[in-house]
Write a protein of this length. Structure first.
Ligand code: NAP
Length: 376
């Protein structure tokens, strides 16, 4: 006989206590093996404490690496959520609404939307209490914005923005080349680059079906050229780059690499002298090889970028970058990336949430997974 599950009911908040659920892990491992949905209560906010309710939290590749224990930024393992064993809450990015503040909280009030200042806060949860408002960046004007847009602004668009601005001396008419062009970062780079007058060569993985649709999709948001990883590694590729760049008179000053391996090497060869190849991800798990002639004869610069470190070192610029992108979104100049929404209500089962996280590990996806909180 099929077992009948007792209906889950949300405990009523009494005396200002808030009931919360969080997707947590007590040890590192594959998400399906280690993630557990944990229920706990949050005491009323007092002093400098404030309680927030999450609205939307994406599932980024780095979040998975963090659960696996292979990401340099480690989450805090704590017993403060009422467990005997220390646990950490997954997720690093998201938007939350302030629902109550202690009397000592300055600069934030009920109803404000906030994003995390730094990674490691734990955003895959319905509610959280923070000891200080300093953990958050207040969204100054949430008018015209959705939780999806605000909840995904601080990692991918900021990464694309800074990589386009901070490495090569890019001017209108200059080119950049990037792989993972259909990723969140890649789509942001295409759009920001277009707004600033840069031209882009966009590399995506060859696929059995849907290539023409993907090309059209990326061209629709501003890509000049879309090619497959196989085309980039073919003998004819340099001749094609020459054609696109007016016989090399227009310079390919910047490469953005989140894949690595031989593809990154082929992209580096397409750069003009003094160009920069900025590595910010390693989706293929293959090392980046630096051919000596590119270093000796073209003085190609190989750089790396990590938005977490940049945000910690540049809090003011981070705020400005976030606000600039949010303004572009509001003005309709920056389109949302495709997202696969996972609704998280109070009764949503652990399995649904864990499956959504595990699914992120698979390639050729239709969009970025994002937890969108409903009745919590
Ligand atoms: N350094 C930083 O500060 C920083 C900040 C943000 C993101 N990142 C990194 O940037 C990358 C993209 O992140 P995102 O959030 O924008 O990604 P996303 O939207 O989740 O998209 C994932 C991308 O990775 C590609 N991909 C998946 N498996 C792959 C494989 N085995 N080989 C090559 N490509 C593969 C996908 O291409 P298909 O469609 O072909 O599967 C897709 O383009 C990740 O490596 C992430 O860790 C770094």
């Amino acid at each position: 006989m099929a077992s009948v599950k007792a209906p889950q009911t949300r405990a009523i908040s009494a005396y200002g206590y808030e009931q919360a659920k969080a997707l947590t892990f007590a040890k590192y491992g594959e998400p399906a093996d280690v993630l557990r949905l944990h229920t706990h209560s949050i005491s009323p906010a007092h002093s400098t404490n404030l309680t927030v309710r999450f609205l939307a939290s994406p599932i980024n590749p780095a979040d998975i690496n963090q659960v696996q224990g292979i990401y340099p930024s480690k989450p805090a393992f704590t017993t403060s959520l009422g467990t005997t064993e220390p646990i950490a809450v997954g997720g690093n990015e998201g938007v939350a609404e302030v629902i109550s503040t202690g009397s000592g909280v300055k600069g934030l009030q009920k109803g404000d939307w906030v994003i995390m200042k730094s990674p490691g806060f734990g955003t895959w949860r319905t509610h959280a209490q923070s000891a200080s408002a300093d953990n958050f960046l207040r969204i100054e004007n949430k008018e015209g914005l959705t939780p999806h847009q605000v909840g995904t602004v601080s990692v991918n668009p900021c990464t694309a923005y800074r990589m386009l601005k901070d490495f090569a001396d890019m001017n209108a008419g200059d080119w950049f080349i990037q792989n993972g062009a259909n990723s969140g970062v890649g789509r942001a780079a295409i759009q920001l680059g277009k707004l600033w007058g840069y031209k882009s060569i966009n590399v995506v993985r060859a696929r059995d079906s849907g290539m023409e649709e993907l090309k059209a999709d990326l061209k629709g948001v501003g890509a000049d050229v879309v090619v497959t990883d196989e085309e980039v590694q073919s003998k004819e590729f340099m001749a094609r780059v020459n054609e696109w760049t007016n016989g090399g008179r227009e310079h390919v000053k910047l490469g953005l690499n989140c894949v690595g391996g031989k593809l990154a090497t082929s992209m580096a060869k397409a750069l003009s002298s003094e160009g920069h190849l900025v590595t910010y991800g390693a989706m293929s798990k293959q090392p980046v090889q630096l051919p000596a002639p590119l270093l000796i004869f073209k003085n190609i610069h190989f750089d790396g970028f990590w938005v977490s470190k940049w945000s910690d070192s540049n809090p003011v610029q981070k705020k400005e970058t976030v606000n600039h992108v949010l303004n572009l979104i509001r003005e309709g100049k920056f389109k949302d990336v495709p997202m696969q929404e996972v609704k998280w209500d109070w009764n949503t089962e652990q399995e649904t949430l864990v499956d959504a996280v595990s699914g992120t590990l698979q390639g050729f996806r239709k969009g970025k997974g994002i937890f969108v909180f409903g009745e919590t």
